[in-house]
Write a protein that binds this ligand. Sequence first.
Ligand code: ZN
Ligand code: ZN
Length: 411
Amino acid sequence: MTLLLTNARIFDGMNEECAEGMSVLIDGSHIREVSEKEIRAADAQLIDVGGKTLMPGLIDLHTHAYTADVDLTQLEKVGTPYNALHAGRMLRHGLHCGFTTMRDIGGGDWSLAKALKDKIIEGPRFFYAGKILSMTGGHGDFRDMHDSEHEFGACSCSVVGTMSVIADGIDECIKAAREELRRGAHCIKIMGSGGVTSPLDPIWMNQYRDDEIRAIVRECEERRTYVSSHCHPASGVRRSVEAGVRVIEHGTLMDAETAAFVAGKGAYVVPTLAIIFALMEGGSAMGISPVVMDKLKVAHKSAIEGLDHMRSANVKLGLGTDLLGELYDQQCREFTLRREVFEPIEILRQATSMGAEILMHEGRLGCVKPDAFADLIVVDGDPLKDIGLLSQNGERLDLIIRDGEIIKNRL
Ligand code: ZN
Ligand code: ZN
């Protein structure tokens, strides 16, 4: 199918100056031509954008499609079909918010990717990391103290875990990484520090030794991909980046010195404000334990300050949300939460061109140019002036195109 969009004001994912009166020709799943001149395409479906802002579809780099419950220790109990149906619900919601690409950075797998590809469910372009590698007692080990090995919860030294796999020591780490890469993982995610939602590990704790991290990094380099590391404390961020990790998730307890170090190494950070704020507001009512709520307060207190440090140091940032369970519908809040620290143009770049760079898809995603995937949205209004237009669950989007296919059209 060919599609011709006319009279568009284009934000290209990078430049604050938007060209007006533009035409975009889409052929199949790709953009073929972007021009200020009239494009002739006799058999194309015509859509007049009416001078509104056409921009690349949004990219959420930190999602977990299979987490049907905010309490991750419940994931095994509700069962695989329940988690999969939640995934369908949240992926569809995300797409209709304008997120034409999501990276599932823990849990998501080939099976879900196939369901999307075969159009059993409607959703965004889908990159998945497979199961997260965690050390015993680390953030991916959701057993409680009384649980013994291989018996309970999201930990999966056996085969049952939804989110993570336990691997200790260089050999196990290499094998676990190879296993996920074999299953088509886009990258390998590791738990590089303590986290909020796990019951036993302190949030300030650094996890994995540097030789274990290096071994995983090496496996990923052989596969021409990268390691992403969950890290809250600055010390954990430093250790991960020193060992060759390319992308840091969260980075909430970042200090100025570490931010400068990360920027100097050219590593990326994907902050996730949406989950922190959503859980702070609703966590207790949803039955989140006091231990977890206490850890959350630590992250909440420093998150904005951490972002300030990263902005000052010019760290390359992507957009992430990390929403769990019924909180999935707060995905668009990330835009308004980031307003505290960033200008709209910075947030827009994070959600488009920088997302594409982190995914190693520059020129194919997060831009509006020939040969890029036709993943596009039209905003009713100017998101460069009012980023809040993107935070209304797709209300202000007149057109959503993913992979050349019209998902929504109000024009
Ligand atoms: Zn186990
Ligand atoms: Zn996460």
